[in-house]
Design a protein around this ligand. Structure first.
Ligand code: SAH
Length: 253
């Protein structure tokens, strides 16, 4: 059996209880060395075989998994954040399906949640934005044309941009070409929830300058939109004494 486990955004204690239990039981662990906190490996049992997937191809990973399956061992494939976001897990699942290997996903706390906690902010503020766009700039992996930063920027929703800290100048240009004013608030969150976490507040127009000043080129998220200011919103209906909910009667009734 293979468990695809989300390790969380960085801090060792932000793995889920289920994920931790699986890690403690694993005979084989294949972890994404560049982003998973190595401190988590202390949780593995004695004799657990540990591999850093940063040095492996998909074929290498599958060879390890197949070998473990033949020996009747349990494998944890440990991904950073939540595996469903830029985790390249579909190709692993397809390869396992083709070999008749059973697997299950254990979710994790994605870095976009870790970044919101670091700021701290709510991405969805009534009247300002009720949507979060998770996207990236095109890199070695292409992005479909209809999903350009420019086209998403036209919505003025909250945007969380992954895998783009090395392209801040181009990112800033795309955001403005799409309709964000250069003064729109923005933030760069580097290594959210790690001890070396850094939160840099700037504007859409000053993203590149802010990144350069702080020396941030990778392992960061860029958050943009009017919600970043965290002001000017309407309070929620859910906790308003004027309104009734399924669970609470209004103060008038
Ligand atoms: N599955 C992961 C994302 C993997 S893609 C998740 O759910 O978070 C790798 C990218 O995620 C990095 O380039 C960076 O943009 C972002 N990232 C991962 N961990 C981060 C962290 N702790 N702080 C800020 N950004 C992070």
């Amino acid at each position: 059996m293979v468990y695809i486990v989300g390790a969380g955004p960085g801090a060792e204690d932000l793995i889920t209880v289920r994920g931790l239990k699986l890690l403690q039981k694993a005979d084989v662990v294949i972890y994404a060395g560049s982003l998973v906190n190595p401190g988590l490996l202390k949780e593995t049992k004695e004799g657990c075989r540990i591999h850093d997937s940063g040095k492996m191809t998909l074929e290498d990973v599958m060879q390890e998994i197949e070998g473990a399956e033949q020996e009747g061992l349990m494998t944890v494939r440990l991904h950073t954040g939540d595996p469903c976001i830029y985790g390249a897990i579909r190709e692993q699942m397809d390869a396992m399906d083709a070999r008749g290997i059973s697997y299950e996903i254990c979710p994790g706390v994605s870095s976009f949640c870790g970044a919101a906690a670091a700021l701290p902010m709510e991405y969805t503020l009534p009247e300002i934005s009720q949507s979060v766009v998770i996207t990236r700039m095109e890199g070695r992996t292409s992005v479909p044309k209809r999903e350009s930063i420019r086209s998403f920027a036209a919505h003025q929703a909250t945007m969380v941009i992954f895998l783009s800290a090395g392209m801040l100048k181009a990112l800033s240009g795309e955001l403005m070409a799409g309709g964000y004013d250069s003064a729109t608030p923005a933030a760069i969150v580097y290594k959210a929830t790690w001890p070396e976490e850094k939160v840099v507040r700037c504007t859409v127009g000053s993203l590149a300058e802010a990144g350069e000043r702080e020396g941030i080129r990778k392992t960061a998220l860029i958050i943009v939109g009017n919600t970043v200011a965290q002001s000017g919103y309407l309070r929620s209906k859910l906790y308003d004494p004027e309104f009734e909910t399924e669970f609470r009667r209004s103060s008038h009734s």
